[in-house]
Design a protein around this ligand. Structure first.
Ligand SMILES: Nc1ncnc2c1ncn2[C@@H]1O[C@H](COP(=O)(O)OP(=O)(O)OP(=O)(O)O)[C@@H](O)[C@H]1O
Length: 292
């Protein structure tokens, strides 16, 4: 028998709408005990997953984030440039990175997928030297991330309700994008900085994005008349968003963005940055379990 791998599950008990509540018995039922020696730890507060990973990564071959993109962000960014591999059991509201990596949305299946997993190295993106994995954003989606964070409930429905309410109040902003070879000034509703192809929930904001191509894509969305919203939504969920005249894509490995507002999100988590934002790619800097 080959040597057992040491695997740590870090569970965010408040992620999504509670799919993770039977996680201990599901791991016991479906994880191959001949292959893995497993440990399970629950987070007690935001930021806890980061602390656990910083202390524990030398002791494990694989650390699995059981949560949404926020938990994946905490675990994954703490594993950059280490030998330890990031696994994901998606139990969040959006699960963008897990969906890009074709990890099952059913917990039992996602655990079974660990038994015969494949790994690959993916790029991570530095935003003013701070890393993210999937997508970061400026403008309307950052504003929604801030409002979602303050909301008393979680889940997709809460997210949609906030998005609709805020849409009617939000004013598009002017941004300057400084690439190596050109500068673009643009007035946009939002700009997404995407390493993965989707936000989550199969909303493909950047259908051409690949996690290991050495590039990041900026997707700018111009203000649009409301009657276009259903068409844009159709395109978003069918990998056709780039065919809209309201959408512009830029592919780069380095850009400076000048933004009038400090509100941003990184992997869906609200953050504030000063108004000059430096974006760089950190190529193939994170080992992940992937079914792509
Ligand atoms: N025990 C805890 N109590 C409170 N907050 C926590 C705890 N553990 C983690 N968190 C925080 O919960 C937030 C949300 O977690 P996460 O993103 O995993 O779930 P989600 O928001 O439901 O999913 P998604 O990001 O896919 O929409 C993160 O900011 C994370 O740091």
């Amino acid at each position: 028998m080959s040597e057992q791998k040491k695997i740590l599950f870090i569970v965010n008990p408040i992620s999504g709408t509670g799919k993770q509540k039977n996680i201990v018995s599901l791991i016991d039922s479906y994880l191959d005990k001949n292959k893995f020696n497993s440990t399970i730890q629950f987070t007690a507060h935001a930021g806890h997953a980061k602390e656990i990973v910083k202390n524990e990564h030398p002791n494990f071959d694989i650390i699995v984030a059981v949560g949404g993109d926020g938990t994946v962000h905490e675990v994954g960014t703490s594993l950059i440039n280490t030998n330890c591999i990031l696994g994901i059991i998606p139990t969040g509201s959006g699960n963008g990175l897990a969906r890009h990596l074709k990890i099952s949305m059913k917990i039992a299946e996602a655990i079974k997928q660990l038994n015969n997993h494949k790994t690959k190295k993916i790029d991570t993106i530095l935003l003013n030297k701070q890393p993210f994995l999937g997508a970061a954003g400026l403008g309307f989606d950052a504003h929604v991330a801030w409002k979602f964070d303050e909301a008393p409930t979680r889940g997709l429905l809460t997210y949609l309700k906030i998005s609709v309410k805020e849409y009617f109040r939000y004013k598009p902003q002017e941004y300057k994008l400084i690439f190596k070879d050109k500068t673009v000034t643009t007035k946009d509703l939002l700009i997404t900085i995407s390493n993965s192809n989707q936000y989550g929930n199969n909303a493909f904001i950047s259908p051409n994005s690949e996690l290991d191509d050495g590039f990041v894509r900026l997707i700018g969305l111009k203000p649009f008349p409301l009657y276009i919203a259903p068409i844009l939504a159709y395109k978003l969920f069918n990998k056709k968003i780039l065919s809209s005249k309201y959408v512009t894509e830029y592919k780069t490995n380095q850009v400076e963005i000048q933004s009038p507002s400090p509100e941003m999100h990184m992997d869906g988590e609200p953050v504030k940055h000063h108004e000059i934002i430096q974006i760089e790619v950190n190529p193939k800097s994170l080992n992940v379990i992937s079914n792509e």
